[in-house]
Ligand binder design. Sequence first.
Ligand SMILES: Cc1cc2nc3c(=O)[nH]c(=O)nc-3n(C[C@H](O)[C@H](O)[C@H](O)COP(=O)(O)OP(=O)(O)OC[C@H]3O[C@@H](n4cnc5c(N)ncnc54)[C@H](O)[C@@H]3O)c2cc1C
Ligand SMILES: O=C(O)C(=O)CO
Length: 337
Amino acid sequence: MTKIAVIGAGVIGLTCAVKIKETYKDLDVVLISSEFSPNTTGDGSGGLWLPYLCGSTPYNLIEKWGAETYRFLYEQWKTGGYGVCMLPLYYFYRTKEKFHTPEWARMVFGYHELDSKELEHYSKLFSGKYTAGQTFTTFVCSPPTLLTHFLQRFEQANGKVLQAKLTSLQDPLLAQYDVVVNCSGLGARFLVPDDRVVPLRGQVLRVIAPWINQVVIDEEGGNYIIPNAQTVVLGGTSQKDFNTEVDPKDTDFILNGCKRIMPGLERAEIVKRWVGLRPSRDAVRLEPEEKNGKLYIHNYGHGGSGFTLFWGCGEEVLQILQTYLNKNHKLYINSKL
Ligand SMILES: Cc1cc2nc3c(=O)[nH]c(=O)nc-3n(C[C@H](O)[C@H](O)[C@H](O)COP(=O)(O)OP(=O)(O)OC[C@H]3O[C@@H](n4cnc5c(N)ncnc54)[C@H](O)[C@@H]3O)c2cc1C
Ligand SMILES: O=C(O)C(=O)CO
């Protein structure tokens, strides 16, 4: 019987666990993780669909994984699933040279670059000096809702869960598994180990501001405003740092920058201050590795784009597994007996 272990109960690992278990109902699949929601990076994240801080991951992969995830979120939005909102997004630049049309622009709804008249209007509206910008329709999920539902889906499919911290990919706890799907996020730095994975510290505030219904990003200013279903996420910082303490200076930076964009935020109640460590890498690592008679499928290093790429990455992991099982036919057939 082919036995599969998925490491990591963040959005990346949960997606793989759900996809694998729902596809191979008769295979043993266990999800091993040191932390579960609400204690994963994703729980505090903005939940926005936007490729962001994913290093030099090849554009065709961002477009492939991002498009599949965008379509998945669109389907959820149509059925009211996972607290997914569909919102206009405005992305402003102060320096025209820093702006370029992203490859993925052709696959999102309503993408267009802002013309000089629009830039003049939005510069006044959002008190910026914007010389370039873009807008399109995006999706924002409620991360804790999505993570909770994915765990429920996995357990309903008879997936098993084990809370444990693995010491390495050779940990005795993994000995009995034929396939190990490594979705350990920043933990991959120590688990693989892979020192190309580094923490990009992000601090955000969550406020109550139901009057805000568009995403606004001031690229060079570093601030962003991301409405979720119940609260609005104000950001943000990005420092190479393991420090997960809330820094009052960052709070001031976030508040002052976002109030400049939307002065009405003065009246918004702050309900949460949070710091997370983006699992940043020079490029997302999603690839198979056959070693010591096992198949490892690495899927980590999504930086600031875990909620932008998760469904597409999960699909690719499933395809890698399918190829492996077909190749090792007897391994899978035995599992059917
Ligand atoms: C402030 C902030 C805002 C963000 N906003 C957005 C956004 O709007 N849109 C977007 O797309 N992305 C956003 N992100 C990025 C997104 O949150 C991450 O890309 C995503 O959460 C990474 O998911 P993951 O599953 O790879 O990692 P994680 O959520 O970190 O999960 C890794 C899991 O592996 C487990 N693990 C690690 N090591 C071990 C071990 N040795 N043994 C057992 N288990 C282990 C951990 O317990 C954890 O459960 C944001 C991030 C931050 C910090
Ligand atoms: O801060 C982040 O990582 C984001 O993706 C915000 O969109």
